[in-house]
Design a protein around this ligand. Sequence first.
Ligand SMILES: [Zn+2]
Length: 204
Amino acid sequence: MKGLPSLERAVVVLSRFPGIGPKSARRMVYHLLRRGPEAARELIEALEGIRERICACERCHNLAEGALCWICADPGRDPTRLCVVEEPSDLLAMEKAGLFKGVYHVLGGRLSPLDGVGPDALHLASLEERLADSGFVELIVATNPTVEGEATAHFVAQLAEPHVARVTRLAHGMPMGGELEYLDESTLYQALVGRRDFRCGIGV
Ligand SMILES: [Zn+2]
């Protein structure tokens, strides 16, 4: 909109969020303007809080507000079961299902050679260190049921085999090509209940 560059900049920045197009971004800006300066200040403070305080858990790479995330810092979690996920949002989806009481390792993505994402780009070295040191009895590979997620699962299983007696993969029931964070709770619950042993080369 000519003559309102600040407003236009806010619309452009907000439009970059997933699921937010220019129309929604414009509605958000108008909403903020209608609610007055206090609403904008509240939003700025919340965003600054994210920028200043959210970091990666030094053990599992989940989001944290301190050295350890709330799961690694919880003595009530089962330290013998480890669930490997791609992103913190996948961990949150697992937690929402409420069944898994172990601990996590967040890879920070999935293997995708075409996009230049190789093993070094993921938190695999720290995973191997944890597997060697921590005495896990089960590793659940909960990468997404996509082509890249499956390839990543195989890689993780291979890495884990010398260290962990039981490597499992979330059962199907999850749609191929789907994303863990968008599944409804009952689908994810069933997938976790029906998880199966998983070995490299004998995946299905
Ligand atoms: Zn953690």
